[in-house]
Write a protein that binds this ligand. Structure first.
Ligand SMILES: [Zn+2]
Length: 354
């Protein structure tokens, strides 16, 4: 399972002086007819060698071949379990990243300055899109932020507020940051319509001529603080919903119980959560506590050391949204073992009547 943070780190991992990053999305789905007898290996060969992405010059060709060989070697020893393999190899520093995903993505290979993450970000679809309005005395500039990258959107023509609104609409912006001299951003914040005010998460002081990298540097702490705040609120909401209503549960055992029944809508847990437990080889149910047989189908259980990973995968497969939280934000959840879930439907009591 890929987290927002991981993708953001990945987006910022390349050194970006030369094309050196090969990104591959490959369907390895064992259920696909074309993948019997490891057909995905020939698909990869075709992607990389027959119709490989454009490469210029001898030195770049050498870098590409090294990256292509590395990825092919990895795939040739790989035993697929899920649908798609996402691979990134940066020849410049021999950085390698791979994930097996349970979503279907188009087979493709991309060569460039940095990892090509669009298929992943679209698949995940749970990212807030941020934009920055940088204003000066007579004009404004608009920037869009995607996964740690910044792009100047356009030179707005005409009035500032209508061009902000157009960008928000066209670019599906969720959150806005105002930048510029304090007095101007304060004035702008008073002037914008309520719906823009609602999505504005902060203001930073910057000169109008600031370059994109300086803008990014200035707004990053605002975004980080906002995300921490959202995560802390999520934990508070979870704990109060679990104690006061029937729409949430906390604790590993309770969470697994509802996960086994497919009724988890949002799984919330502390990043790096470690737990061992039991899995049913027959119906794949997971259990945190010592028992011999599956309470759903009666099969003998097997011990699994990576229960938390199984839980996260199972939740993602069932369409639940996954919220890994840094331990400082998830602190209030630690008394409940660092895990809990919002449920699709209100839970019914599982306890036998007294
Ligand atoms: Zn079972």
């Amino acid at each position: 399972m890929i987290t927002k943070r991981e993708l953001r780190n990945l987006a910022g991992s390349a050194d970006e002086s030369n094309n050196s990053v090969l990104t591959v999305y490959l369907s390895v789905d064992p259920a696909k007819v074309s993948n019997t007898n490891r057909g995905f290996e020939s698909t990869l060969h075709r992607l990389l060698l027959a119709s490989h992405p454009p490469v210029h010059g001898v030195a770049e060709a050498r870098r590409f071949v090294e990256a292509a060989e590395y990825i092919q070697k990895f795939v040739s020893g790989f035993q697929p379990q899920r649908r798609t393999l996402a691979l990134v190899y940066d020849q410049a520093d021999r950085f390698f990243w791979v994930r097996e995903l349970n979503v279907r993505l188009q087979d493709s290979a991309h060569w460039g300055l940095r990892p090509y993450l669009k298929p992943l970000t679209e698949a995940i679809g749970a990212f807030d899109q941020y934009a920055v309005v940088l204003i000066g005395d007579s004009r404004a500039r608009l920037f869009k932020l995607v996964l740690g990258e910044i792009k100047e959107y356009l030179k707005p023509a005409g009035d500032t507020v209508p061009s902000i609104e157009r960008m928000i609409l066209n670019e599906h912006i969720d959150r806005l940051i105002l930048a510029g001299p304090n007095v101007l951003t304060a004035k702008l914040l008073r002037a914008v319509p309520k719906r823009l005010k609602r999505i504005t998460i902060g203001r930073v002081e910057l000169p109008l001529e600031a370059g994109p990298e300086s803008v990014l540097k200035a707004v990053s702490p605002v975004i980080e603080a906002f995300e921490h705040e959202q995560e802390a609120k999520l934990v508070d909401d979870l704990i109060s919903a679990a104690s006061g209503t029937s729409r949430a549960v906390t604790g590993l055992g309770r969470t697994l119980e509802f996960l086994n029944e497919g009724s988890v809508a949002n799984l919330v847990y502390t990043e790096g959560l470690q737990a061992a437990g039991y899995e049913c080889p027959q119906c794949a149910a997971l259990f945190s506590h010592d028992r011999e047989r599956c309470s759903y189908c009666g099969s003998p259980l097997i011990v699994v050391n990576n229960l938390s990973e199984r839980m996260i995968e199972r939740a993602a497969d069932s369409g639940a949204r996954i919220h890994p939280l840094p331990s400082q934000d998830a602190m209030p959840l630690s008394a409940a073992g660092g895990v809990g879930a919002f449920l699709k439907i209100a839970r019914v009591s599982h306890r036998a009547p007294l």
